[in-house]
Design a protein around this ligand. Structure first.
Ligand SMILES: Cc1ncc(C[n+]2csc(CCOP(=O)(O)OP(=O)(O)O)c2C)c(N)n1
Ligand SMILES: [Mg+2]
Length: 798
């Protein structure tokens, strides 16, 4: 690790600069401690009393002085270099630090005029922190300047890279907690250096905050020795600079010198890359690692050193609230007062609580303040995509359900044009599956971003590619979230089963959207779009491990306002749905679609109308004439195929039975309107699914979800759902539906069992269906392939 000895020698801060940065840091530390403890007496005008103290002491002090230190030093370089800089903090539990800084630089008051920069405002700032009706203890959407909550640790560096992509003038400073660095998501994020192109992207400046501890333990990276840590970081493409110490003056000088050094290096790397020279590749001669900082300062620095005989400062005990008994322990109260006064607040704020002239003029101004950086309210920078007309990319059909196409391949041709028209505002993300998911037509427009060595065998790798492929779902998701949160657009295509890896990241993003929608000054951002393909029913190469449609169940737990789930049954519907999703804002859209050859049911125009409705009767497939004996409903491409084949069987075997076929594209239509904005009013639902008529519903995922969505509907007792029953292996497409009882024969058996009076009339038909299921199973086991009667079935030409 570079120990900075030469950088230190420069002593970059003269006496005044040193005193300024230290005053700024002290002020923010004071404001942070005030937020954790004080209800009143914000300027300590009178001695502290228990009544000035909050009844519940909440928040995290330990990480805070480090975050404040970095913020202050960022302010210095922003001013001196006129930088466009964002600040992402991995230890998002350090909420008081960021609120303090946003207040001191004026961003907080700009966003919340009642929290003024005076004594009244300071009291409000203190009181509202972690207080009912106030702001949360973590950095949150409420905090100006943040795109990253950090409550759930691990995603900061991925978000930072996402923010930097296609923002060539942006520097994203990202504090990584040394505990956070142990998470899987963060551990993989270091590898992002291979995917950042210095010619067209901005820079990420990670600051690994080696304060040594997590909540109750030391951190791994703090205890492996500097050499091993250096090797680890260097191996991931970084050039680490160490800043360490517990003497503020010395650390200020070292950090300032190091910030200057790393920013010079970043500027050099960018200058060279932008000079038109051949891009340098990682692993080759001449490639320059990106500089970063390892900051080793005590956890809870400047806080109480020893409490009740135990060391707190510089240990894990400083993690949350170092003095827990302030209200009823006079010694603790006295220590708190001494601690607060150690920052010399009367030098920092005047009698009215207004920060002094030096503090006020020291911070950057306008949108150079990190709390007002435009990228951190990315929706304000969002431009709508220039989208080609999806109808021009549709599949021409020769009657319903007679033409075959691979839906994702069709989509890819449209996506290629979307990418061509939006070369700086759209990226496609995926864990090594773009080609496997049959989206490879996008390579006609742009390659896969790759900044490491290239061999003759490689295809479509490009330093300036816009397809982001890395085998880390966390990274795909985190990059995309960072990209969206700073106002750009994207799509994440993923195997359906493995998207669960980012379940928790989806949670956090959905929470972010949910909260930010209620914050007036947060502009809507482009939606997070998932394309889940290689889905449960057609995992031909893989099998049981790859069969899990449960992401949908997970997603629908979140607030209805922010989630949408689409199951387009064919290529034309997929085009229409994708177009809709790429135009939307502030949602999470989940699209589940197949990549295997499958029948196209609707013409392009029919598909557009059907998808706009989200649910509808396919009258060409039914014979109910407005008065069905049974409704065959379906959602998902494979269930739609089986349902249509079942309808065909019924026509032959039970021609008098009046059958209605309903297809659902937008799953949320099934809910009542009071549960979801897309929900269908009851009368409309009752018209599609008449209350006394049995419904046999073939669904893509776990059947319970349909019951959950429709349980308030009038005909719920007549709703019978087939779906994935956790049965599967590497087998044929038809065997998959057979083992889960979703096959056409079973659906017809369900009809016979459910339609009143049909059982005995159709006993022979039912018996034949049982035999045909058995025959198909036998055939598959003997021949390793599906019988022609199912594999080659198309909707009959009628
Ligand atoms: C994914 C996740 N697991 C566990 C936690 C609980 N947690 C909150 S803070 C923390 C320790 C963080 O340590 P570090 O990243 O070193 O931050 P700092 O020392 O700066 O507080 C833990 C484990 C969490 N927030 N997120
Ligand atoms: Mg730590």
């Amino acid at each position: 690790m570079l120990t900075l000895t030469d950088a230190q020698q420069t002593q970059p801060l003269d006496e005044e600069a040193l005193s300024d940065v230290d005053a700024y840091w002290r002020a923010c530390n004071y404001l942070a401690v005030g937020q954790i403890y004080l209800l009143d007496n914000p300027l300590l005008k009178v001695p502290l009393l228990p009544t000035h103290i909050k009844p519940r002491l909440l928040g995290h002090w330990g990480t805070t002085p480090g975050l404040n230190l970095v913020y202050a030093h960022c302010n210095r370089v922003i001013r001196e270099r006129d930088l466009d800089m964002m600040y992402i903090i991995g230890p998002g539990h350090g909420g008081p630090a960021i609120a303090a800084n946003a207040w001191l630089e004026g961003s907080y008051t700009d966003h919340y005029p009642d929290v003024r920069q005076d004594e009244v405002g300071m009291k409000r700032l203190f009181r509202q922190f972690s207080f009912p009706g106030g702001i949360p203890s973590h950095v949150a959407p409420e905090i100006p300047g943040s795109i990253h909550e950090g409550g759930e640790l691990g995603y900061s560096l991925a978000h930072a890279f996402g923010a930097a992509f296609d923002n060539p003038d942006l520097v994203v400073t990202c504090v990584v907690g040394d505990g956070e660095a142990e998470t899987g998501a963060l551990a993989t994020s270091w590898q992002s250096t291979t995917f950042l192109n210095p010619a067209r992207d901005g820079a990420v400046l990670p600051i690994l905050h080696l304060n040594g501890y997590k909540i109750a333990n030391p951190t791994v990276l703090a205890r492996i020795g500097d050499e091993a840590l250096t090797d680890l970081l260097q191996g991931a493409g970084w050039r680490p600079y160490l800043v360490e110490g517990d003497d503020p003056e010395q650390v200020h000088q070292a950090l300032a010198g190091t910030m200057d050094r790393v920013l010079d290096e970043i500027a050099d790397i960018q200058r060279e890359a932008r000079s038109g020279a051949e891009p340098r590749r990682r692993g080759e001669e001449g490639w320059r690692p990106w500089p970063m900082i390892v900051l080793r300062t005590p956890k809870g620095w400047t806080g109480p050193h020893i409490v009740d005989g135990k060391q707190v400062e510089g240990t894990w005990r400083a993690h949350q609230v170092p003095l827990a008994e302030v209200r009823n322990n006079a010694a603790h109260l006295g220590m708190l007062e001494r601690w607060l006064r150690s920052y010399r607040p009367h030098e920092l704020f005047d009698d009215d609580g207004v920060p002094n002239e030096r503090l006020r003029t020291w911070a950057p101004t306008g949108t150079r303040r990190m709390g007002s950086n435009l990228h951190a309210n990315g929706g304000r920078l969002t431009r709508g995509l220039d989208l080609p007309d999806f109808r021009d990319y549709g599949v021409d059909i020769d009657g319903h359900g007679r033409t075959t196409s691979e839906s994702t391949r069709v989509l890819a041709r449209w996506l290629a044009e979307v990418m061509r028209r939006n070369m700086t505002t759209f990226r496609l993300f995926g864990p090594d599956e773009t080609a496997s998911n049959r989206l490879d037509a996008v390579y006609d427009t742009t390659g896969k971003t790759w900044g490491a060595q290239v061999l003759p065998v490689d295809e479509h790798l490009a330093a300036d590619g816009r397809v982001m492929e890395v085998l880390a779902e966390h990274l795909c998701e985190g990059w995309l979230e960072g990209y969206l949160l700073t106002g750009r657009h994207g799509l994440f295509s993923c195997y359906e089963a493995f998207v669960h890896i980012v379940d928790s990241m989806f949670n956090q993003h959905a929470k972010w959207l949910n909260t930010s929608r209620r914050i007036e000054w947060r502009a809507p951002i482009p939606s997070l779009n998932y394309l889940l393909t290689s889905h449960v029913w057609r995992q031909d190469h893989n099998g049981f491990s790859h069969q899990d449609p449960g992401f949908i169940d997970h997603v629908v737990n979140k607030k209805a306002e922010v989630i949408r789930v689409y199951l387009p049954p064919d290529a034309n519907c997929l085009l229409s749905v994708a177009d809709h999703c790429l135009r939307s804002r502030d949602y999470v859209n989940v699209i589940v679609a197949g990549k295997q050859p499958e029948l196209v049911w609707l013409s392009m125009d029919e598909a557009a109308a059907h998808c706009a409705r989200g649910i509808g009767v396919w009258d060409w497939a039914g014979n109910d004439e407005g008065d069905p004996d049974v409704v065959l409903a379906c959602a998902g491409d494979v269930p739609t195929l089986e349902t249509l084949a079942a309808a065909d069987l019924l026509r032959h075997d039970l021609p008098d039975l009046k059958v209605r076929v309903v297809n659902v594209v937008d799953l949320m239509r099934l809910q009542p309107p009071r549960e979801h904005p897309h929900g269908m009013p009851d009368p409309e639902y009752d018209a599609l699914f008449p209350p006394d008529v049995p419904v046999i519903f073939a669904y893509h995922g776990y059947p319970w979800l349909i019951h959950r969505l429709a349980y308030r509907r009038h005909n719920h007792e007549h709703l019978h759902v087939r779906g994935y029953k956790e049965e599967g292996t590497t087998t044929t497409p038809f065997d998959m539906v057979l083992v889960n009882d979703l096959d056409r024969f079973h659906l017809v058996m369900d009809v016979i069992d459910r339609v009143p009076g049909l059982g005995s009339r159709a006993a022979v038909v039912r018996q034949e269906l049982v035999d045909r299921r058995a025959e198909n199973r036998r055939y598959v086991r003997e021949h390793g392939t599906d019988m022609a009667e199912v594999a080659d079935w198309v909707w009959p030409d009628q």
